[in-house]
Design a protein around this ligand. Structure first.
Ligand SMILES: O=C(O)C[C@H]1C=CC(=O)O1
Ligand SMILES: [Mn+2]
Length: 375
């Protein structure tokens, strides 16, 4: 058997500006911090991965700083000298030695897949069993916080033929104002677009019970994570009573969460995120649970830059059904990225090439300019 040792792993925090502030229920993003992973192998091949979260520690259990320190101090010593070609063995070693930390694991698994794909001359989607599509429809999130600005932004996206699915971030404000905001946007866009909401856990069950009804009466297609991830019983009750499908997002922090949600009937749709499951291979295990349970799939994002977005896309290309499409728009929220070529968005879709690995190259000058440790 051909082996190739992992020689080094480098983690680099990169701070990139966003096109506008992005308002979520728990945090307003003014920029985005990516953790870029460079995994070098004995044959000179380098695998690139990304581990990115939102708003420091306001969204998930890992922050850019914790991801970097944990990979540098705990992941790298377990992986150096191991065979880069055996991803099952490498990830099993991490699973045995490190609990949780799915964001960091996702970045490493992406880098291992990129390296193996480059070595074999195959795109990551082929390493994952082969793609059944070459492009993915992409939603856009309207999160400026202003109704008129959001409508203008949506009209622009429709004109550009970039997006016709819109997700509105609500939950931070007063409930009746949030509902007025959503209804006004749906009214303006009509049948030209699918309008969905993401509450990011902000409501309690009683508020959600009424709000889901109002959203249903006003043509909203999907309600994402209306209540706390800890209230799984409440999610199951809402999923029974709501006229609009309920999607689980924060409820899924690992593959086992997905199994429990499916068993309890706590959602009709799952948001798939490589970072929440531990990588592009891990997220396909959650997808398999959903498929077996008759739960719909949506390709989610943690607002990664180009690397994490392409790693997610390669996994999503392999799914037999992706009924709710994707939101892989992270690179479009950034004014700058650190790749030589930007991912291709055209005709409402993200198009993925069949180049080896993730099909990307780092722009070393931009990386040097935006890395946090140089400032
Ligand atoms: O879904 C989330 O909660 C996180 C993220 C994805 C798109 C977006 O605007 O925020
Ligand atoms: Mn969400």
């Amino acid at each position: 058997m051909l082996t190739c040792a992992i020689e080094s792993i480098e983690t680099i925090i990169v701070d990139l500006p966003t096109i506008r502030p992005h308002k979520l229920a728990m945090h307003t993003m003014q920029n985005q911090a990516l953790v870029v992973i460079r995994l070098r192998c004995a044959d000179g091949i380098e695998g690139i991965g990304e581990a990115t979260t939102i708003g420091g520690l306001s969204y998930g259990n890992e922050s850019p700083d914790s991801i970097k320190v944990n990979i540098d101090r705990h992941f790298a010593p377990l992986l150096i000298g191991q065979d880069a070609n055996n991803i099952n063995a490498a990830m099993l070693r991490l699973e045995r030695g490190i609990r949780g930390n799915t964001f960091a694991k996702s970045g490493i698994e992406s880098a291992l897949l990129d390296a193996l794909g480059k070595r074999r001359g195959l795109p990551v989607s082929e390493l994952l069993g082969g793609r059944v599509r070459d492009a993915l429809p992409v939603a856009w999130t309207l999160a400026s916080g202003n109704t008129e600005q959001d409508i203008g932004e949506a009209e622009k996206m429709l004109d550009l033929r970039r997006h016709r699915i819109f997700k509105l971030k609500i939950g931070a404000g007063e409930i009746s104002r949030d509902l007025t905001h959503v209804i006004a946007i749906k009214k303006a866009l009509g049948e030209r677009a699918s309008v969905r909401v993401d509450v990011n856990q902000a409501w309690d069950e009683a508020v959600a019970l009424r709000a889901c009804q109002v959203l249903g009466d006003n043509g909203i297609d999907l309600i994402e994570q209306p209540i706390s991830r800890n209230n799984r019983g409440g999610m199951a009750r809402l999923n029974l009573s709501s006229p609009v499908p309920i999607m689980a997002d924060e409820s899924i922090e690992c593959v086992e969460d997905a199994f429990n949600l499916a068993r309890e009937g706590a959602a009709s749709v799952f948001a798939l995120k490589i970072a929440k499951n531990g990588g592009p291979r891990a997220v396909l295990r959650t997808a398999a649970i959903a498929e077996a349970a008759g739960i719909g799939l949506y390709g989610g994002t943690m607002l990664e830059g180009g690397i994490g977005t392409l790693a997610s896309a390669h996994a999503f290309l392999t799914l037999s059904k992706l009924a709710w499409d994707t939101e892989l728009f992270g690179p479009l929220l950034l004014t700058e990225d650190i790749l030589t070529e930007q991912p291709l968005y055209r005709d409402f879709q993200l198009h993925i090439s069949a180049a080896p690995g993730l099909g990307l190259a780092l722009d070393e000058e931009r990386l040097a300019f935006f890395r946090r440790d140089k400032h």
